[in-house]
Design a protein around this ligand. Sequence first.
Ligand code: UDP
Ligand code: MG
Length: 325
Amino acid sequence: MSDLKDPFLSIVIPVYNEEESLPPLHSEITEAMVEISAKRYEIILVDDGSRDDSHKVCCRLYDEDPSHVRVIRLRRNFGQTAAMAAGFDAARGDIIIPMDADLQNDPRDIGILVDKIRQGFDVVSGWRADRKDKFLTRRVPSILANAAISGITGVNLHDYGCTLKAYRREIMEHMHLYGEMHRFLPALARWAGAHVTELKVNHRPRKFGTSKYGLGRTVRVILDLITVKFLLSYSTKPMQVFGKLGIASFAVGFASGALSIGLKLFANRDVTDNPWMLVSIFFMLGGLQLICMGLLGEINVRTYYESQNKTIYTVRDTRQQDPDC
Ligand code: UDP
Ligand code: MG
């Protein structure tokens, strides 16, 4: 584990049409860094295919402060998760801190997040306790989504959607982001054995530009939640989930088949008189298919892990003697 006495901070900022917010954001971050006397830091601005002058502004900030600002420009608009992934891949710091470009997150909170990481946590998640967004279209879906994510992943956080978080570098090295999954990082990190906590952070109303999201995001988050649940529970043992369902289905099919034959033998009721034979065929075939899916899943798991030399576990640290001493 790296020594975090004087950590190198990587602040990762996804930028999509935020030209007015960028200059004040840069000065606020610079002030916040002076306040916590952090000299080693980088601000990675990931321009996610902006259509306004955001890229020009990013380049200007780079020219003004080249020792701290880095600019990555994506070829088109790939979405916030992809932009953040690009920033994480490029980050060189010991602690990685994503935040929004729209000034809704407060750079002065970076100090308290970093302190928590130095206390030994691997992930510190921001909690916008007093969120400044529209109530019906943003906060209500967010409350429901957070409850669902906490319930399903078993990691209880109040606010998954807050971009402002802090990650110890080692944790991020195992993470791969897809879809809208940046919000599930704390859950994925906990699954990889990380110590996760949350901290109340400041939240401010949007001053410039408009939000890029509406109600439609809820559906995408729910679909990703199903994927994450599956990955968390069964990605290394798909046969356990498909196999169990398959056996249950097969058992139902077998019972109704037996009932249908029993009725014919002992009550002289033709199999065409009742639905049990059809039910039996349906469930038996369904069960067989589920078991086959489980087997295919097992082959996929092996290909996934072995082709990339991945392990199904993560090691925090080891203590052992050199065999030659
Ligand atoms: N963003 C991005 N690509 C997108 C949409 C958004 O990089 O396709 C960035 C955006 O510039 C901002 C952050 O993601 O820095 C969060 O977006 P927004 O403020 O619109 O979300 P909200 O705060 O309303 O949830
Ligand atoms: Mg915002």
